[in-house]
Design a protein around this ligand. Structure first.
Ligand code: PMP
Length: 404
């Protein structure tokens, strides 16, 4: 059988295009900002992860330009060999200090960070307890690790404890011991929920298990100074591994892992996605460094993000739309649109009327619980929010009786 058969048989995207509801790959013709140009339409952008509004900040852009002039367009190799520049090392030190860990090291993307961290730390003889709503990159990192994976219901600490006890019982019956780690998103990417870190840490201590938090959506967002989920809960020294990305609050591309010096040393010498892949270019490194500078100097951006997110959450609730409520003030606000077709249609009509939002469809949600994921930026204005709400309410009301 031809291995390409599945490609020739794949019709879903074309069908959506023909029906005029295909919501992907829209082209930006401006900077990523609170308002953007896409395909000739001026849009209020409420679908980006530019949480602190730094992607077009003049100092970030300037630092990135200067790095290209000073160091060239790429590093042409892995961090491990010829590809380390002084700025990489500086960024690692600054990140470790910011998130309150001993050391950090950086990867070429957030996705690659999870592949590289998890596959280095966990192996065939280990067990990973993983929240069912964890990000795809955690799932793929776990696959790459060959460790046994025990999934627990989303943020359900009773289920987690039950699964830990069951696992421990099986191991003791067999008379074997295994390394164990709990992995969770800090802020969940699709729902904006915050992990129940106090209880995860309590269970981890009780059963002698390590904890890793993916704070891709926590850095610059949660905690008074935007240090992440562990700052939000005042648990700065309790998490074993924190990972994050530069593609959201830090206005760039790349990822990092922070932990104690032994763990980071091990990852640097044993992680295949780290060793066998080229390091991030000077321009991205400089942009992340400058964005981190601004985050440290201007913690009010984190507060502004909270204010604008709360304002929008309040407005959407007032409007009577069904939103997925969060257990904390985060800038991710999902609005239920239920069916896949209705979701795609809503996104497309909103796009035509100048509001960019993202569709969340199966397998990211169960089929009847599709959403539009809206996300906010510290530099959004209340006027932009008011205009966006009017359009969202208008479009979702028009689609109220649409049953497909
Ligand atoms: N972890 C989480 C929780 C994410 O949401 C994402 C990206 N959306 C990643 C990791 C991967 O990060 P990146 O896009 O920077 O590769």
């Amino acid at each position: 059988m031809d291995i390409f058969k599945k490609c020739y048989d794949y019709k879903l995207a074309d069908e959506a295009k023909e029906a005029g509801i295909y919501p992907y790959f829209h082209e930006l013709t401006s900077k990523q900002d609170t308002e953007v140009e896409m395909e000739g339409i001026h849009q209020i952008m409420i679908g980006s992860n530019n949480y602190l509004g730094l992607t077009s900040h003049p100092e970030v852009v300037e630092a990135s330009k200067k790095a290209t002039l000073d160091f060239g367009t790429g590093v042409s190799g892995s961090r491990f060999l010829n590809g380390t520049i002084s700025m990489h090392v500086e960024l690692e030190k600054r990140l470790a200090k910011f998130v309150g860990m001993e050391e950090a090291t950086i990867f070429s993307s957030g996705f690659q960070s999870n592949l590289g961290i998890i596959s280095a730390i966990a192996g065939r003889n280990d067990i990973i307890f993983s929240d069912k709503e964890n990000h795809a990159s955690i799932y793929d990192g776990m696959k790459l690790s060959y460790a046994e994976v025990v999934r627990y219901n989303h943020n359900d600490m009773q289920d987690l404890e039950k699964k830990i006890l069951l696992t421990k019982k099986k191991l003791s019956e067999k008379g074997i011991q295994k390394g164990m780690i709990i992995i969770t998103d800090g802020v969940f990417s699709m729902t904006g929920d915050v992990a129940d870190l106090p209880n995860i840490i309590r269970l981890a201590k009780k059963y002698d298990i390590r904890v890793m938090v993916d704070d891709a959506h926590g850095l610059g967002v949660t905690g008074k100074n935007g240090k992440g989920t562990h700052e939000h809960y005042n648990l700065m020294n309790e998490v074993d591994i924190v990972m994050g990305t530069f593609s959201k609050s830090l206005a760039s591309l790349g990822g990092y892992v922070a932990s104690n010096k032994e763990v980071i040393n091990f990852i640097r010498h044993n992680s295949r996605p780290y060793i066998f892949s080229a390091a991030i270019p000077p321009s991205n490194t400089a942009a992340a460094l400058k964005a981190l500078d601004i985050l440290e100097k201007e913690p009010q951006r984190v507060e502004n993000l909270r204010i604008i997110s709360d304002y929008m959450r309040g407005k959407l609730k007032e409007s009577g739309l069904k939103i997925k409520d969060s257990n904390a003030s985060t800038p991710i606000i999902p609005i239920y649109t239920f069916t896949p077709k209705r979701t795609m249609l809503a996104c497309n009509i909103l796009f035509k009327r100048g509001v960019y939002v993202n569709p969340v469809l199966p397998p990211a949600t169960p089929p009847g619980e599709c959403l539009i994921r809206t996300s906010y930026t510290a530099t959004h204005t209340k006027d932009q929010m008011d205009r966006a709400v009017v359009k969202i309410v208008e479009v979702l009301n028009e689609l109220k009786d649409y049953n497909e």
